[in-house]
Write a protein that binds this ligand. Structure first.
Ligand code: AMP
Ligand code: GLY
Length: 430
């Protein structure tokens, strides 16, 4: 089976690494990929929003299935483009159509979906310039902290959590009237603050059936102790100790089942990943957000824990036989630590030579922002490399990841040496 994987991050390297281990794999193409994916298959220089160029590659290289890593091509309608094209419609795309992808593209759409299908989530209302005053009144009915969310995609920056009512009023005004997050904040969702600890649950569905993949917790802030600016993610662990069997059963019954049923009832024709951001409030799940893709760096701990064949999993998803697939999970603990360019998530330099990757023996090195240049591997992004390790305990896995993180060098390298700090002494269920 020939596969085209779209994307270029650590998530895509982890997917490519796992697919490359399958004897069901023919050729693997990654577009545009990075220096790590180039070792698992063939990188193709391609703009992943250029569907005509993707069509050309798919047909000329006899691609049998397309796996979409990031959300942008999904929100832009790549799955609809394939379904509407006579030459492409028999080639499955793992990733939802535009309507389903709106779950990630619009917070209001996602909240309406959750309420319609009885998926537990915080109560909310949405506002725009026609009812801004109602927004101020709604804020007064809530207890601090106040949660304000730009409705549209805002590069992960569109959520504000504010302790003070005055500040919340002023930010609401600025989001709507001053376009603080551009068009994305023309519409703002205000919601109740959810208490608890956050985790992410990943599901793959073929539209009828589903498989729940290992859950994970990521560390989003740049600074140790969860401080400073938000990033794409600085590290992750899986499994999550506080997601015990009871809690995961509630997640399946109260969240996963109504979500997949909701996709069917609403005619989403959803084939692909669902990434459910959840709050565990005293053992009860409440949905914070849906994403329509895998998380990054969560994929770098979730995928290595899948023991069964990933190409077969995607094939089963593509042809609607997921119910027959037996998902096998490794019960060891996986941790990943992200090495980033100094300055990230603000301005940073690229093109720094990376050394030491070949000296890593205890971890799997997943490339994110890297590329080949004159025979060297150099940095080409903010998040550069994710170092994933296994252990019987979280401590053991983290120890290996931190040691390997020290082994790899590039100018201004930074990583958080406290990933898992809040969980490491908790009992694990695995
Ligand atoms: P989102 O983009 O919706 O995932 O929000 C970004 C982050 O803000 C989440 O990962 C949570 O940490 C936090 N957050 C969002 N909504 C809420 C909420 N209702 N209560 C508490 N924290 C929230
Ligand atoms: N790590 C969070 C995300 O991928 O959105």
């Amino acid at each position: 089976m020939n596969i085209l994987l779209l994307g270029s991050g650590g998530r895509e390297h982890a997917l490519a690494w796992k697919m490359a281990q399958s004897n069901k794999l023919g050729k693997l193409y990654i577009a545009p990929g990075n220096a790590g994916t180039a070792v698992c298959g063939e990188d193709i220089e391609l703009n992943i929003s250029d569907f005509k160029a993707i069509k050309h590659e798919v047909l000329s290289r006899s691609v049998d299935i397309v796996i979409v890593g990031p959300e942008a091509p999904l929100v832009e309608g790549i799955a609809d483009f394939f379904a509407a094209d006579n030459e492409l419609k028999s080639i499955p795309v793992i990733g939802p159509k535009k309507l389903g992808a709106t779950l990630e593209g619009s917070k209001q759409f996602a909240k309406e979906f959750m309420f319609r299908h009885n998926v537990p989530t915080a109560k909310y209302q949405s506002f725009n310039k026609t009812n801004l005053n109602d927004g101020y009144s709604f804020l007064e009915t809530l207890q601090p902290p106040y949660v304000l969310k730009a409705d549209g995609l805002a590069a992960g920056k569109g959520v504000l959590i504010l302790d003070n009512l005055e500040e919340a009023r002023s930010e609401l005004r600025s989001m709507i009237e001053d376009n603080k997050f551009g068009e994305a904040s023309a519409n703002v969702v205000i919601e109740e603050f959810l208490k608890g600890i956050e985790l992410s649950v990943f599901v793959l569905t073929d539209g009828e059936s589903y498989k729940i993949l290992p859950e994970a917790k990521d560390y989003k802030r740049i600074g140790e102790g969860d401080t400073g600016l938000n990033t794409g993610g600085m590290g992750a662990i899986s499994p999550v100790p506080f997601a015990d069997a009871d809690f995961m059963q509630k997640v399946e019954d109260q969240v996963v089942k109504p979500t997949i049923e909701g996709f069917k009832k609403d005619g989403f024709d959803y084939k692909g990943f669902v990434f459910i951001g959840l709050m565990n409030d005293n053992g009860n799940p409440s949905v914070v957000e849906y994403n329509v893709r895998m998380g990054d760096p969560e994929t770098e701990v979730v995928i290595p824990r899948i023991k069964s064949d990933l190409v077969e999993l995607f094939a089963a998803c593509g042809n609607g036989t997921l119910h027959n697939y037996e998902l096998e999970i490794d019960d060891r603990i996986a941790t990943t630590v992200m090495l980033v360019s100094g300055g990230y998530p603000e301005a940073y330099e690229k093109g720094k030579t990376i050394t030491g990757i070949d000296s890593v023996t205890d971890s799997i090195v997943f490339h994110a922002g890297t590329k080949q240049k004159s025979g060297e591997i150099v940095t080409s992004g903010g998040r550069v490399i994710a170092v994933t390790s296994f252990g019987k305990t979280m401590k053991e896995a983290l120890h290996k990841s931190f040691k390997s993180a020290e082994t790899i060098s590039f100018e201004s390298k930074y990583f958080r040496s406290d990933i898992g700090f809040d969980l490491v002494n908790e009992p694990t269920t695995a």
